[in-house]
Every structure is written in C-alpha cells, then in structure tokens.
Design a protein around this ligand. Sequence first.
Ligand code: NDP
Length: 315
Amino acid sequence: RKGTVVITGASSGLGLATAKALAETGKWHVIMACRDFLKAERAAKSVGMSKESYTIMHLDLASLDSVRQFVENFKRCGRTLDVLVCNAAVYQPTAREPSFTADGFELSVGTNHLGHFLLSRLLLDDMKQSDYPSKRLIIVGSITGNTNTLAGNVPPKANLGDLRGLQGGLNGLNSSSMIDGGDFDGAKAYKDSKVCNMLTMQEFHRRYNEDTGITFASLYPGCIATTGLFREHIPLFRLLFPPFQKFITKGFVSEEDAGKRLAQVVSDPSLTKSGVYWSWNKDSASFENQLSQEASNAEKARKVWEVSEKLVGLA
Ligand code: NDP
C-alpha cells in the first residue's frame, strides 16, 4: 500500500517541495496540513501534484484547539499515519513587539515548537498503530539554532537559559515572551524555537524509539534563501540574501533540491537511524551532523519536554 505522510506547512517553500517530491514517486499519499486551504490547493496545483496524491486538512499551529481538531479530523479520515513531518514555521526577524498565539504564547515558539509538540504527541498513538515497515517522525531543524556552526554564531544566538520564560507561559504579562526570560527579539525567538525542535526530537527518541520502532529525526536542509520564511525581512535583505548564500557562503540550496533532501529523510531506506540530525555536504550526500552543546543537552531536553507538556495541557 501507499504510505501516508502528514506534512505541516505544505503550502509553500520546503513543505511544498517535499510534498511534490513524495507525491511524484507514486508511493505516498500526502496530507497537506495547512492553515490556508485555498493557498494550499493553489500551491499543489502549481507544482503539478495529481488530485489523488494529496488531501488538504486544516491546521493552524498557532491554536491548540486547532491542533486537537486536526488530530480528530485525521482520525476520522480512515488512514493510518506512517510518517509525520513537522515543517511549518514562522520567522519574525524585524518585529519590535512580540505577537501571540490563540493560547497566549509568543508566536514563534508557540507555533514552531508548542503547536508541533502537541501535534506530534497526539499523533504518536496513530503512528504506533500503523503496520508500515518504516515509521518516522521528522522535525525540521535549522543550523541557526546551532551555536557550534558559523551561521549559528551570528547574533542574536539561541539560548534557552534556565527556561524561566517558558515556565511562565511566554505570555509577556506575568512572564517574559522569551524562553530565557530576556527582552523580546524575533530572530532569537525563532532560533530558540528551532533548538526546542531539535531537543524534542532527541527526547522522543529516548522515550519512544525502543518501544515503538519509530525513527525520530531532524535535519538541516541547507539554506533555502528563496522561501517565504524571509517574507518579513527588510527588502534589501530579501534582495541580497539569495546571491549571498549562492556565491559567498555556498550554503544555498534550491527549494526543489531541499524538498528532495527532506523526502529522503521521509522514505530513503538508508536513513532509518533514530535520534539523528541529518545534513548534506557539497556533493549533496547526507551525513549525521553534530548538534551544539545546548541542542544536545539531555537534561535540557527533558525539562523542555516537561514544561511544554504543562503548557499544552498534556500534564
Ligand atoms: P515558508 O515560509 O516558505 O514555509 C513555512 C510554512 O509554514 C508555510 O506553509 C506557512 O503557511 C506555514 N505556517 C506558518 N505558520 C503556520 C501556522 N500557524 N499553522 C500552520 N502552518 C503555518 O518557509 P520554509 O519553507 O523556508 O520553512 C520550512 C521549514 O524549513 C521551517 O521549519 C524552517 O525553520 C526550516 N528551515 C528553513 C531554512 C531556509 O533557509 N528557508 C533553513 C533551515 C530550516 P502559509 O503558507 O499559510 O504562510
């Protein structure tokens, strides 16, 4: 049978390119989990995905109610879940003030981390029930949350500190809107959320890999300088960033090639190792990359997990 893969944020960029790459193999049915139905439908058509290769289901990660509703809808659609890809993200590098999710969490961490945390926890049971030979839960990471790399050392650096802001609910009222309790910084909030993504993947691996056989993985697909992720950046940045990445850092990867990389992590028989953060070298060969000290701190991973459970109402 075909595998069923849920991809969050499949309406643009990396998520869309991955949906296309998987649909084209004929071996996957793609559930596009998106907040904007019409945009997702147009996006699927624009890349030539055939009607029977995908289903669009509504998901707004900035609302825990919406996440729960999505899980209910999925359970009713009659498919078993074989692979989940947590890909959607928001990035607000120029925001001066924080914005918030429906539940009052700072938007970047609320969407990129907490929304996905609840989604993947609730869908784990569905994945356990699937008889698919190679079940995977993939959370897209980033190099920018990785302070052991050059790009990860561009200020402001990711730093979760002692999690006091997260513990306080990231609401900007009786707690800071930043995980470490500091002043709001949109670029840092994004990087922090990506560190949470990578820590969550490893904590999933420690808690569930042995019992469930599910592969838990993260990846850095390369710098896809052309995606909508940079839509809120200043115009000059948006103009210069793609050529800068292409010719100076040489970290540039096209949306199509990045989609093929993520599609590999979804279905390549050689990428079944769990607890791994995949990257690609210049010849586009995959390798297991090292995470920064903070992004591989097991104690911090456990704490982020436990605090997040409380915030999303699982504990
Ligand atoms: P895009 O902005 O093109 O795509 C992000 C997707 O997330 C969009 O489909 C967007 O939906 C969706 N999304 C945002 N907020 C929500 C929400 N509340 N609920 C549901 N979906 C939402 O960016 P990319 O493709 O570049 O980013 C994809 C992933 O790749 C992210 O995890 C990012 O961190 C990661 N990444 C990107 C890199 C890059 O260089 N671009 C580098 C490393 C990692 P909508 O279409 O409705 O706006």
